[in-house]
Structures are given as structure tokens and as C-alpha cells.
Design a protein around this ligand. Structure first.
Ligand SMILES: Cc1cc2nc3c(=O)[nH]c(=O)nc-3n(C[C@H](O)[C@H](O)[C@H](O)COP(=O)(O)OP(=O)(O)OC[C@H]3O[C@@H](n4cnc5c(N)ncnc54)[C@H](O)[C@@H]3O)c2cc1C
Ligand code: FES
Length: 269
């Protein structure tokens, strides 16, 4: 698996909302091998003498373009993402990637993507890959409120016909409630059409949301993959700091090495 550590140039940074940012960098070396669901470690500190590995932060690859642009969609939450959010076009930043294992799918099966909060970030690249392969997915995106659901027009164009849904907790856009309620009604609809057996669910979002999605899938024996989050220092399997409890034998999943995308049945929920 190629892993590249480069100084990449910022091409653009926009802010669809007060605390959500879209960062575009020129990184053809990373764009070429990147797979949907993989991530990079980003370090906003440009100068070598200020290099601070503790400030590298993991972000999913949101999208890549044919001309080598890599996009990241992130919420400013603390120091690392705060520094990233101040980067202007022309500045350089250190990027290590693409890292980890992404989503796996088979184009003979229909895919349902379920994203919650900033968990929508890796799903655009995934939706684009599925769409390009002639297998456009059903997409369900949820958030607390409408303004958190960014770039939904792009998602909509990559979804199957009549297969794009939103849910907001305050009812400001789409279904008033949770993504899991939309997923259940989609399954009910599919069951009528006997399509459920050939379905796979691919999800990223807050842990409780993914736990609920995984439980629904387990009940129906539908394969489900989840993209896990953990605090990360090295991103390379060295520090063992990104452990999440595994469902098997009191073992651990190291998210940067075995994930971030794993089969839902492997996780201790
Ligand atoms: C594989 C992976 C992919 C990710 N992709 C994205 C993405 O595409 N977009 C995005 O917005 N965020 C993503 N994250 C989360 C992102 O890495 C954290 O929000 C970021 O590292 C916070 O750094 P900070 O220095 O700004 O905040 P800190 O000052 O380090 O922390 C601020 C707050 O965020 C919490 N936090 C920090 N790191 C994480 C983490 N890894 N998971 C959950 N909570 C955390 C802290 O507990 C604290 O409450 C991803 C995380 C992982 C592991
Ligand atoms: S972050 Fe160091 S082992 Fe995963």
C-alpha cells in the first residue's frame, strides 16, 4: 500500500458554515492511489523547525479529482483543526496518506450509504466511485440541523434515482428525526421488492449512530461496514493509541491499521 508524506499546496479553503471547512490541496501523489474511506494525517505547521507531530490530525479523504486535487471536509473543533482552518491558498501543509483500509464493495450488490454529522465527509468520494462504476447508491445523510448538511447537491447527483434522503433532528430538512428511521423505512420498501438480500450498508458518523445502524443490519443479516474514529498520534500502527474494543476475545482493533473501515460485526458496540 503506497504511503506518501509530502508538502502539499493549498489551492482553496472555503467555509460552508461558521465551523465547517472545505480544504482543497494539490496532491496528485495521494489522489492517484486513494480509495474511498481512507484518510490522511494533516499538519498545518509548514516550517520544518516548527514541525509538531502531535499536531497531525486525521481527516478522511472527502473527494479527489482527476487532476490530482484532494479535498477534506472538516469541522473546526480544537487546536489542530483551528490551525488548518487558517490556511490560505498558496500555503503548504504536511500530508501523510492515503492511510488505512477503506470501504469494500461488490458492484453486483446495491449499496446504502448512511452518514451522520461530519461522518458525511468520506461518503462523497465513495458515492462518486459507486456512481462511476454504474452502481449509484442510495444515500441517507443526517445532522442536527439543515445548515450542518453541506454539499448535498453533490451527493444528490451521485445517488440512485429517487434514492437520496436527508434527516434532521430539528426537522429543518427532510425527515424529522434520525437517519436510522429512514433506513428502516427503506428496508421496509425494499422487502416489498425482495431486494434486501443483495444490499450492503456502508456508514460513517457518531458511534451511537453507527451502533444503531449496525444493530438494524445485524437483525436483518445485511452486511454492514462502519468507519471508526479514534484519537490518533502516529496514524501508522506504531503508537497503538487508536485502539477500539473488538467483539472477539477482549481484543482491540487499531483503527489506523485495521480500519478505519471495518465490518460492523467485528466491533464491540
Ligand atoms: C480516521 C479519521 C477520520 C476523520 N475524518 C474526519 C473528517 O473527515 N472531518 C472531520 O471533521 N473530522 C474527522 N475526524 C475527526 C478529527 O480528526 C478530529 O476532529 C480532530 O483530530 C480534532 O483535532 P483538534 O486539534 O482540532 O481538536 P482537539 O483539541 O484535539 O480536540 C477537540 C475536541 O475533539 C475531540 N476529538 C479529537 N480528536 C478526535 C477524534 N479522532 N475523534 C473524535 N473526537 C475527537 C476531543 O476529544 C475534543 O473534545 C476523523 C478522525 C479519524 C480518526
Ligand atoms: S494512531 Fe498510532 S497505532 Fe494507530
Amino acid at each position: 500500500m503506497p504511503r506518501i508524506d509530502i508538502n502539499a499546496q493549498v489551492l482553496a479553503q472555503t467555509s460552508p458554515t461558521k465551523d465547517i471547512f472545505l480544504l482543497s490541496v494539490s496532491a496528485p501523489e495521494i489522489a492517484r492511489p486513494a480509495q474511498p474511506g481512507q484518510f490522511c494525517m494533516l499538519d498545518a505547521v509548514e516550517e520544518d523547525n516548527l514541525h509538531d507531530p502531535l499536531l497531525r490530525r486525521p481527516l478522511s479523504i472527502h473527494n479527489v479529482t482527476a487532476d490530482g486535487v484532494v479535498e477534506f471536509l472538516y469541522r473546526k473543533t480544537g487546536r489542530g483543526t483551528g490551525l488548518l482552518s487558517r490556511l490560505k491558498p498558496g500555503r503548504k501543509l504536511k500530508i501523510l496518506g492515503p492511510l488505512g483500509n477503506g470501504f469494500r464493495w461488490d458492484n453486483s450488490k446495491s449499496c446504502i450509504l448512511v452518514g451522520g454529522g461530519m461522518g458525511i465527509a468520506p461518503l462523497l468520494f465513495l458515492a462518486a466511485a459507486l456512481h462511476k462504476a454504474g452502481n449509484p447508491p442510495a444515500i441517507i445523510l443526517g445532522a442536527a440541523t439543515e445548515s450542518d448538511l453541506v454539499r448535498i447537491d453533490l451527493f444528490r447527483t451521485r445517488a440512485m434515482e429517487q434514492g437520496f434522503f436527508t434527516a434532521t433532528e430539528d426537522g429543518s430538512l427532510g425527515h424529522h428525526g434520525l437517519v436510522t428511521e429512514v433506513l428502516l423505512s427503506l428496508f421496509d420498501h425494499q422487502a416489498h421488492q425482495a431486494g434486501e438480500a443483495d444490499t450492503v450498508v456502508l456508514t460513517c458518523g457518531p458511534f451511537p449512530m453507527m451502533r444503531a445502524v449496525a444493530a438494524i443490519c445485524r437483525e436483518r443479516e445485511i452486511p454492514c461496514q462502519v468507519s471508526l474514529e479514534a484519537h490518533m498520534a502516529c496514524g501508522s500502527g506504531l503508537c497503538l493509541g487508536c485502539a477500539v474494543e473488538s467483539a472477539h476475545n477482549a481484543d482491540y482493533i487499531h483503527v489506523c491499521r485495521e480500519g478505519p473501515v471495518v465490518d460492523a460485526i467485528k466491533v464491540k458496540w
